[in-house]
Design a protein around this ligand. Structure first.
Ligand code: GLY
Length: 253
């Protein structure tokens, strides 16, 4: 059974980092209600849920994905490009140590898990505002000896690589071509988001379903037309904090 690690929304979520978006008030009650539905959906789709302790003084702590890159052999704690987020790492490391050997990236480079898209032994890593070349070199030094191919991807005006694209399974990459180039992904079939839904590329494949934001109905039609079963969840409140669905969990097998 997969395990999904999650963390509840911090009291201070309105002080979150914003890179490409303007501040818009986040309703904490609604953010927590939507987060609870997300967690329930993960459970429904077969995940065992493990909650990290809430960190009310770390505004972005709900976005646990950025804190660690976990492969079957190892958990790599990151050094987030957003300095304000570095205090989130310790509690994640303490918990993951029960499941994997844990190593930590040094502070000479930066890397956030939202920039890491792993497809089996291929680890695509976005290089932009939050993740730099040195961070990618350090991640490579941990993963290549384990047989992983770590591939650097330059992406456009998206916060993270997985804002621009995610893997739906069966060889299909959901992507926004304005931000990422399908040629960077060997042999994958592109499935483009609807042009009026540029943020609709962040989805999670779990079992035979694709967890997907209910707000993006036009892109949902495209995913379903391609033959995938979609499980919609509300995600609009944390989207104001520049967070997508993958951001709010670390899922391990
Ligand atoms: N607010 C999400 C992030 O910037 O990390």
């Amino acid at each position: 059974m997969p395990i999904a690690f999650v963390r509840n929304v911090s009291e201070s979520i309105n002080q979150c980092e914003l890179t490409h978006m303007e501040h818009e008030a986040i309703d904490l009650t609604n953010a927590r209600a939507q987060h609870a539905k997300y967690v329930e959906a993960l459970r429904h789709l077969g995940c065992e849920i493990h909650e990290f302790p809430r960190l009310d003084h770390q505004p972005d702590a709900v976005f646990v994905e950025d804190t660690a890159v976990v492969v079957p052999e190892l958990a790599v704690l990151t050094n987030p490009g957003a300095e304000s987020r570095r205090g989130e790492i310790e509690s994640v490391g303490e918990t993951l140590a029960a499941y994997r050997p844990v190593v930590r990236l040094g502070d000479s480079g930066t890397l956030e898990g939202g920039d890491v898209l792993r497809i089996d032994k291929k680890v695509h890593v976005g290089c932009a505002t939050r993740t730099d070349e040195q961070g990618i070199l350090e991640l490579r030094s941990h993963l290549e000896p384990l047989g992983y191919d770590v591939i650097m991807i330059r992406h456009g005006e998206a916060l993270h690589l997985k804002t621009a694209c995610t893997y739906l399974g069966e060889g299909v990459l959901l992507l926004n071509r304005e931000w990422v180039d399908i040629e960077d992904f060997d042999d994958l079939e592109p499935l483009e988001c609807h042009p009026e839904e540029p943020f609709a590329c962040n989805a999670i494949r779990i079992g035979d379903s694709v967890l997907f934001p209910e707000e993006f109905v036009r892109t949902r039609e495209r995913i379903e037309s391609r033959g995938f079963k979609v499980h919609p969840v509300p995600a609009s409140e944390l989207a104001k904090a520049e967070g997508g669905l993958t951001c709010s969990s670390i899922i391990i097998d």
